[in-house]
Ligand binder design. Structure first.
Ligand code: PMP
Ligand code: GLN
Length: 386
């Protein structure tokens, strides 16, 4: 029989699905895949229920319902001072995953190059390749994940169509500094490229760190597609409501891909997310402070167990070095073994590299109930103190 598509069939099943299935199979506490224990805010869910009953359940515009497009524009103004035209510069997608795919399919042609930073979120590379472009990978190394600036500058070429920036970054928890973003912005302008800005963790930034959309830097407003996700901002990862903010010519490019990928997204969920995005500043501040407290609980627990814990500036995730535990296992084997026998699941960091990634770091998600975190810590202690 003829072969199925080489790029997509050639890849494996995503590490998140693999580890979540293994966690279920072995009754492990799942600190692998990044999803909260709790179902987002009650009022946002109540709105979704209300709108399901009272509002039209037919196709909305492929661009998204007007309420949500206005709410995204108002959000971008409130938090970043961006002036956004809700009708020409906002597109609603089925999660950030589809926003990313729409951006890549909408922008890339065969022969183009796209730059990504490793460790890299797993959905980027297959779609970029499926869109026909070549990938250039710039490696960030733990524990500081600093940008190797000379390598990055050398990666840009006249063929560079876009660079993807994920800040705050999964899995490293790095929040790119304004200085780093300015360095990238200068290269993007010099090479007449675009930035696909994966900012799904924009409201999960801790301590003194500040999330700056690269779109707000001088000369970048017309070059960026800024992607957000209600999944992260409202702890409703199963809803799959995402949004793109971009100048009209870029937004149109993504929208033309989106119309043939999903066309639209459930209207009641879009309206409920609009309600959520209009919540007061306190909601957003509480979200990050609650999450940073959870980060602290898990970080302290992991240190007690004996892991070397890296700094987490944002996101749902802590990266931890397993070498002090002296298991002699690679990260992949460590995560399998820990799930099956320690009953706690983590994600191996090497899964975020194409090849030869570091093999002694694992990622734990802390977006869980305190009780779940304490259970996981107790299990880890029991397991490593055998
Ligand atoms: N980008 C990053 C960096 C992520 O961690 C995730 C995962 N949640 C996504 C995109 C996908 O977001 P969504 O669930 O909205 O598709
Ligand atoms: N973004 C989530 C994570 O990193 C996973 C989402 C997914 O499984 N597609 O854990």
């Amino acid at each position: 029989m003829k072969k199925t598509n080489a790029v997509l069939s050639g890849g494996g099943i995503t590490i998140f699905e693999v580890m979540s299935r293994l966690a279920v199979e072995h009754g492990a506490v799942n600190l692998g895949q990044g999803f909260p224990d709790r179902n987002g805010p009650d009022d946002v869910r109540a709105k979704a229920q209300e709108y399901l009953a009272d509002q039209p359940n037919q196709y909305p515009s492929a661009m998204g319902v007007a309420d949500l497009r206005h709410a995204v524009a108002a959000h971008d103004k409130r938090f970043y001072g961006l002036d956004v035209d809700p009708l020409r510069e906002v597109l609603v997608t089925s999660g950030a995953t589809e926003a990313l795919a729409s951006a890549f399919f909408g922008l890339l042609d065969a022969g183009d190059e796209a730059i990504v930073f490793e460790p890299v979120y797993d959905s980027y590379a297959p779609i970029i390749q499926r869109a026909g472009a070549a990938i250039k990978r710039i490696r960030l190394e733990p524990p500081h994940w600093d940008i190797p600036r000379a390598d990055l500058a050398a990666a840009f070429s006249p063929r560079t169509k876009l660079i993807v920036i994920n800040s705050p970054a999964n899995p490293s928890g790095k929040v790119f500094s304004t200085d780093e973003l300015s360095f990238i912005a200068d290269l993007v302008k010099k090479f007449d490229a675009y930035v696909v800005c994966d900012e799904v963790y924009e409201h999960l930034v801790f301590d003194r760190h500040v999330h700056t959309p690269i779109m707000t830097l001088p000369g970048m407003r017309e070059r960026c597609l800024k992607i957000g996700s209600a999944g992260k901002t409202f702890s409703l990862t199963g809803w799959k409501v995402g949004y793109i903010t971009a100048a009209p010519h870029l937004l149109q490019a993504a929208a033309k891909a989106h119309q043939f990928l999903t066309f639209t997204t459930p209207p009641n969920l879009q309206r409920a997310v609009a309600y959520g995005l209009n919540k007061d500043d306190g909601y957003f501040a509480d979200l990050s402070s609650a999450m940073s407290r959870k980060r602290d609980i898990l970080a302290a627990g992991l240190r007690d167990v004996g892991f070397e814990v890296l700094d987490t500036q944002g996101t749902y995730f802590i990266c931890a070095d397993i070498r002090p535990l002296k298991t002699g296992l690679t990260d992949v084997d460590f995560c399998r073994e820990l799930t099956i026998n320690g009953k706690v699941t983590a994600i191996p960091i090497s899964a975020f590299y194409e090849s030869n990634g570091p093999q002694h770091f694992v990622r734990f998600a802390f977006c869980k109930d305190d009780a779940t975190l304490h259970t996981a810590i107790a299990r880890l202690k029991a397991y490593f103190q055998r």
